[in-house]
Design a protein around this ligand. Sequence first.
Ligand code: HEM
Length: 473
Amino acid sequence: MLGGIFAILLAFVLFVREQWSYLELSFRIPRVKGIPFIGVITNLKFLKDSLTTLDTFIRKLGDLVFFWVGPFPVVLISNADLAEKVLTSKNCLDKPFTYLAIAKNTGDGLFTLSANKWHEHRKLLNPSFYQKVLKNFIPIFNEGANYIVCQLAEDSTDISHLIFKTSLNIAAETTMGKKMSIEGSTDLLPHYKKALTTISDTTTKPWIYLNSKVIQSNRKIKQFTRNSIKEKQLEMKESELKSNSEVSWKNSIFINQVLDLVQKKKLSESEAEIEALVMVFGAFETTASVLYSALICLAMYQDCQEILFDEITSVVGNEDDITFEHLTEMPYMDMVISEVLRLLPAVPYVGRKVSEDTDFDRFVAPKGLQFLISIYHIHRSEEYWGPSPETFDPENFLPHRVAERHPFAYIPFTKGARNCIGRQYALFSLKIMLAKIIRKYKFSTTWKLSDLQFKMAVTLKLKEMPDLKVIPR
Ligand code: HEM
C-alpha cells in the first residue's frame, strides 16, 4: 500500500518536473502566446490552415519558436544549423505525436516506428533500395512515362489525375510486384487518396476513423496488399520447388526481399504487410506531386524548359527508352529537379521527439520535447538562397553554389539516420518521366509562382490547380 502511494507520488513529481522544464524553456525562447498545456489548439485559424499560421509564427518570431499543441510542447525550427543538430542527434530518432495518424492508417512501419525497432527494420530493408535493385525498375518507370505521354495526346484536361494514377501503378509494381493494369489502379486511387486525406485530417478530426468511407478505403487498400503478398508467397514457393533448393532473393524487388525475411523469421508476416503498405504510400504521392510541380515550374519558366528540352534531345536523341547511363548525363535535369524540390518540397515539415535531455547550444531540449522542422521555410530563407529565394532558378544548384551553401539548407529527403529510404528511387523515376514528357510536349501557363497557394497535408498540396496548357512538340 505504502509502496503504491510512493510510486504515485514519484510519478507525480517526475511529471511536474518534466512539465516545469517545458515551461522554463517556453520563457527562454520566442514563444507563441497562449495558455500553457492548451496553446494553439484553441486557435481556429491554426486548425484550419496550419501552414499559413506556422508561416506567421516564423515571420513574427524567427527561426526558433515555442508553442503548445494541447499538452505537447513543440519547437518550430526554420534554421539549417539547428535542423542539422536535430536530424543528426542520436537523441532525436523518435517521431512525435503527429505521426500517430500515419501509424493508425498504415500500421506502425518504418516511417513511424520508435528508435529501437526502427533501427532493426531499417537495416533489414535498406538492401531493397540498393542501386542494383533500383536499376531493375528503369523499364517500369519508362513504361509509366510512355503511358502518360500517350494519354496526354488524347486528353490533357486533368494532368494531375493522370500523373497520380500512373505513379500509384508504378509504386504497386515496383514494391509489391503486382502488375496492375493502369485502368485497375484507377479503382484504388480514390482509396489511397482518401487514406492520405484522413491522415492529414486526424489531428483536427480524430473521429474521422469512424467514417464508413474511410473504413471502406482502408479495407480495400489492406486487401490489395494482403492479396499481393499471398500471390507472391505462392510464386516464391513454386520457384523454390522448381529449382529444388533455396533461391536467393537478394537483388529482387521489395516484396520478395521482405517475404524472404519473413521466411527467415526476421520479420513477422504482419510487419511485412505494414512495411509493404508504408512503401506504396511513401512512394506514390510524393513522386507524383513532385512531377506535377516540375511541370508547373517549367510551364512558368519557359527558358528553363527549353534548356532542359535541348539537354534531353542531345543526350537521349531518338532512342525510345531512357537508360541508367542517360540519367547520369543530364546535369541540368538534376538541377531542375533539385530546384523544384527546393521551392515545392513534397514533404514540407518533419518532426522529431527528444528521447534524452540534449544540449543544442542555443538551448537545452528536455526529454519529450517535440521538434517541427520546416523544410519549406529553410528552402525559402534569404540567409541560404540570396535576396530572391522565391524565384525558380535551377542555377542555385550549380556545383560551386552547392559547395558554398550550408549542407542542411537543402533537405527535401532530410538527412541524418532517418532520412528518406526512397531518395534514389524517386530521383530515377522523376528523371525518366520528366525526360519523356518534356521530349514530346511543351507546357505553358498564365500563372506565376507567387499565385500558388499551399495547404498543409502529409505532402504539400495546392489549394487551387493552375491552368496548364500542353502543346505537342
Ligand atoms: C520526391 C519524392 C520523395 C520525397 C520528397 C520524400 C521525402 C521524405 C522525407 C522528408 C522523409 C523523412 C520523413 C521524416 O523525417 O519524418 C522520408 C522518409 C521516408 N520515405 Fe520518402 N520521399 C520521397 C519518395 C519516397 C519513395 C519513392 C519511397 C519508397 C519507395 C519513400 C519511402 C520513405 C520511407 C519508408 C521513409 C521513412 C524512412 C525511415 O524513417 O527510415 N519515399 N521521405
